[in-house]
Design a protein around this ligand. Structure first.
Ligand code: SME
Length: 166
């Protein structure tokens, strides 16, 4: 496994995402387990972006209930176990197959408050090599409007690699 050092991360956010993306790709290269890939991305994203990233993790499409998400690898306080497609921010991302950038979760219809300290959120879909939705990456912050288009671009690039790289 590649040796990873995140001690000298650039201050610029876009550059920081580029470094984290390369580090994740280096660690997961050759690893067939999707759970191992999700866990690696979670760990390296939290190392790079905490404490702004208050809750970071993946909800996986349940193979036994294909319109339901079930919690996967995450770091943070206790998360909800299951989210139906269409419900809350994660469910909206899954149903629409599109990123949800939510500056104030309290203004989002149907938002699921797993932890009342979360105030803003970004959820990015993860597709497998065949283009099927496999999971969503959910990042929550205690700050309002903690995420912007740079976060969106950075997280979408990381999620695009996750299940498609050898
Ligand atoms: N807030 C999310 C639920 C998941 S947790 O915050 C970890 C939502 O509305 O989808």
């Amino acid at each position: 496994m590649a040796e990873v050092s995140l001690s000298d991360l650039p201050a610029d956010k876009a550059e920081r995402y580029a470094v984290v993306r390369r580090e994740i790709a280096a660690v997961i290269a050759g690893e067939p387990s999707h759970v191992a890939r999700y866990a690696t991305a979670t760990s390296l994203l939290v190392q790079a972006f905490a404490p702004r990233f208050f809750w970071t993790g993946f909800y996986l499409v349940d193979p036994d209930k294909p319109s339901e998400l079930v919690v996967g690898p995450y770091q943070g306080t206790l998360g909800c176990l299951r989210i139906p497609f269409g419900k809350g921010v994660c469910g909206a991302a899954a149903a629409q197959r599109a990123t949800q950038l939510v500056p104030d979760v309290h203004a989002f219809p149907g938002h699921i408050a797993c932890d009342s300290r979360s105030n803003s959120e970004i959820v990015v879909p993860v597709f497998d090599a065949a283009g099927r939705l496999a999971a969503v990456l959910d990042v929550d912050s205690t700050e309002l409007a903690a995420f912007d288009v740079v976060d969106q671009a950075g997280l979408e690039a990381i999620c695009a690699d996750l299940l498609t790289t050898p």
